[in-house]
Design a protein around this ligand. Sequence first.
Ligand code: NAP
Length: 515
Amino acid sequence: MRETENEFKDVIIIGAGFAGLGMLHRVRQLNLSARVYERATNVGGTWYWNSYPGARCDVESLDYQFAFSDTLQRGWRWNERFAEQKEILAYLNYVADSFNLRNDIQFKTSIEKAVFCETKKIWQVVTDSGETTNATYLISAVGCLSTPSMPKLPGLSSYVGRWYHTGNWPQQDMDFSGLNVGVIGTGSSGIQIIPELAKQAQSVMVFQRSPNFSVPANNHRHTKTFTDEYYDSFLAKREQASRTTYGNANWSSYPSALDVTDQRRNEIYEEYWNKGGAGFMVSFADVLTNPKSNEFAADFIRGKIDSIVKDKALANILHPTDHAVGTKRICVDTNYYETFNKENVTLVDVRQCPIQSITKTGLLTLDDSYDLDVLIFATGFDAITGTLMRIDIRGRGGMKLSDKWAKSPNNFLGLSVAGFPNFFVITGPGSPSVLSNMVLSIEQHVEWIARCISFVAEQGAKCIEATEPAEKAWVAHVNEIAQQTLFPKNNSWYLGSNIEGKARVFMPYVGGIGQ
Ligand code: NAP
């Protein structure tokens, strides 16, 4: 590498989703030069790639936005309580346009390698086209759910139909009218796309391995009065939210599900069910910490499934029984269970009869074969660390991040890694990230990183990095807090257990954003 000819930036940012855009804007405020590299053709990150029908955020739209600019906030109006993907993508384009961010974003470019040069104390960053840029700081804004996971099923190359992954959806609208569509996976993505497909397709075959707990969104349009009033107290709400565990000012809990009568407990669950949204999992303060309290919540949801799904055998297959409510991310749906009352929708229990292979015309399970015009993989992501581990990032002494994190993604505060100076990870493992309001978490990290960079300059220093003892203490703290909850007790992508060979470590920080 002939460094002298390489372009130099103060900061290189990987990814142009919420985190990358927020970081670029903040870095510019410090009068630093920056470039964002983004593999997509436009901004949006996860909201660019997950454009499948029914994609919607499970955090309320009014809270799922930046708080750093009053003008930005008042210039945008969210239409619905839970915004659909198109609206969030439009918002991120509005953010990019408002601050002319595109000038410093290079689209259709992936970062393949980043090497820290110890003598010069700079990062040398190499793109997929072989272009090298040097920078003082390297900041990852790659997101937590950006590398789709495909099941290792034989035969896909022989399949003559069309197939898609929800996390890598084509940008154009698609019509499924008259088609027989198969969906593998019933996590948040599957639960959102299935009701939409059922409105169009001739038939929808749902291949379910593990049923998930899902609660209704009870989505609705916002009135202008409501939005205006909300914005008047937006910053106060945001400040309050940042002191809570999950970053949501509108969530509140009753003390313990064990301290009330059966009747009162059911009334409270009913109240949260009708309110809609993921707040159900904190209806009582001990749902995520006490197995008995959690089982009450699980029973309530299973009862709801029974009351919605007319076919009792089908309702039974939809009952989640292998994990505590919320320990796999709770799903938020619109008419998911109701969809199984439709004649064109079939549920196939592939835990009972596993999928054997993809065939030329569809799919083969242990006991049957299915002809499908379209096959949709809603099979999740190599979450939180997957994207970063695929980039060849080398710190001191040529240490590879993927080697350092092979057994456990150790880091300090979820944003800095010992042995990797001047490298920051926005919402990395060990941070609240996916357990919180993501935008709030991102803004917290963006602000922290910006202040840290300013601090380094004020000291006349060239480098900053976490120490090993600080990292060890943080990892121990993250684990200690997680062990006080039910989260690590069940398999989930939070633990990496959806990816073969991945280290089983509970990755998010349960202690809350404020903490
Ligand atoms: P996911 O929760 O990991 O679900 C993947 C699904 O695919 C699971 O049902 C899994 O079954 C199934 N699966 C994987 N391999 C399979 C195989 N070989 N055979 C049969 N089934 C298989 O992924 P996701 O639904 O994409 O959601 C991931 C996360 O993205 C969510 O938890 C959420 O945080 C985020 N997300 C959010 C929203 C929203 O904001 N509303 C929407 C979509 C996604 P097993 O459980 O048995 O492994």
